[in-house]
Design a protein around this ligand. Structure first.
Ligand SMILES: NC(=O)c1ccc[n+]([C@@H]2O[C@H](COP(=O)([O-])OP(=O)(O)OC[C@H]3O[C@@H](n4cnc5c(N)ncnc54)[C@H](OP(=O)(O)O)[C@@H]3O)[C@@H](O)[C@H]2O)c1
Length: 245
């Protein structure tokens, strides 16, 4: 699991460990990972901390190879890393945009490649990617973030056609607003904000049922799906009015 050192990732890592998974927890902050692993060990659960940056393609390939050799076949991978760098008004498409795509999109595909190569000969495996309802359509103040999440959504849809044929389950997690360090920075209203524990419940339930999309809270995902079916003139007017942005 990537992005396990805080927020949704830390919650899901603990839940999976409590269910008996040996969780390999990847993130950059070693101290946060060590605390997570220590807390799990105190409860008799197993979380193995592995420091790494998902934008480092070679390092991610090496982690998958190492984990498969040392701990056995990966049953479930949750590619959860995602972040938000603001686009500067005077530098649209600048550093913020490029970093967002590198972390959110390349950071997922850097693991999907080696994982699929490992799972394919076994004809089984489960890979879940954390997208966002922000990828259903463009949202204000979200040029890079919305675009990166839209890329993840269509990437997972496209992967499904190929992976279904070789027995690998691909899932797309689509959260609305969840209270985490990422959203704590937001200075605008976040409708239907849910706790990280509730998000963890929905994700674990979705891993078990295995359907393509794990979208929650439903009131948020259906609202945005419905808005995206409207003509653009209505979509832009309603999003502008409801966000005030
Ligand atoms: N919170 C929400 O409302 C919400 C809504 C929709 C979608 N999501 C998605 O849910 C996912 C998790 O978000 P969150 O809210 O839990 O955010 P968070 O608390 O900020 O967690 C992000 C995690 O990603 C890790 N990370 C960031 N860059 C990394 C990199 N280059 N390499 C490795 N790890 C990296 C961070 O750890 P280190 O800093 O230690 O590396 C951290 O563990 C993201 O994909 C986000 O887009 C969140």
């Amino acid at each position: 699991m990537t992005g396990a050192s805080s927020g949704i990732g830390a919650e899901v890592a603990q839940r999976l460990a409590a269910e008996g998974f040996r969780v390999i927890a990847i993130a950059r902050r070693a101290s946060e990972l060590a605390a997570l692993a220590g807390a799990a060990a105190a409860k008799g659960h197993t979380i193995i901390a592995m420091q790494g940056d998902v934008t480092d393609r070679a390092a991610m390939e090496a982690i998958v190879t190492y984990v498969e050799q040392k701990f056995g076949p990966v049953a479930l991978a949750f590619l959860n890393v995602g972040t938000y760098f603001p686009d500067s008004e005077n530098d649209i498409g600048g550093n913020g945009f490029r970093k967002t795509f590198d972390v959110n999109v390349n950071g997922a595909i850097n693991l999907i490649g080696p994982l699929v190569r490992a799972m394919k000969p076994r004809g089984r495996g489960q890979i879940a990617v954390n997208g966002s309802v922000a990828g259903y359509g463009g949202l204000p103040r979200s040029i890079a973030y919305s675009a990166s999440k839209a890329a993840l959504i269509t990437m997972c849809e496209a992967l499904k056609f190929d992976l279904d044929k070789i027995g690998i389950t691909i899932q797309l997690v689509s959260p609305g607003f969840v209270k985490t360090p990422l959203t704590d920075k937001n200075d605008f209203p976040m409708p239907f904000l849910i706790s990280v524990e509730e998000a963890g419940n929905r994700i674990l339930q979705g891993f078990k049922t295995g359907g393509f999309e794990i979208a929650f809270p439903r009131r948020m995902s259906w609202l945005l799906k419905a808005l995206n079916m409207l003509p653009y003139s209505a979509y832009f007017a309603l999003v502008k009015k409801s966000t005030g942005l």
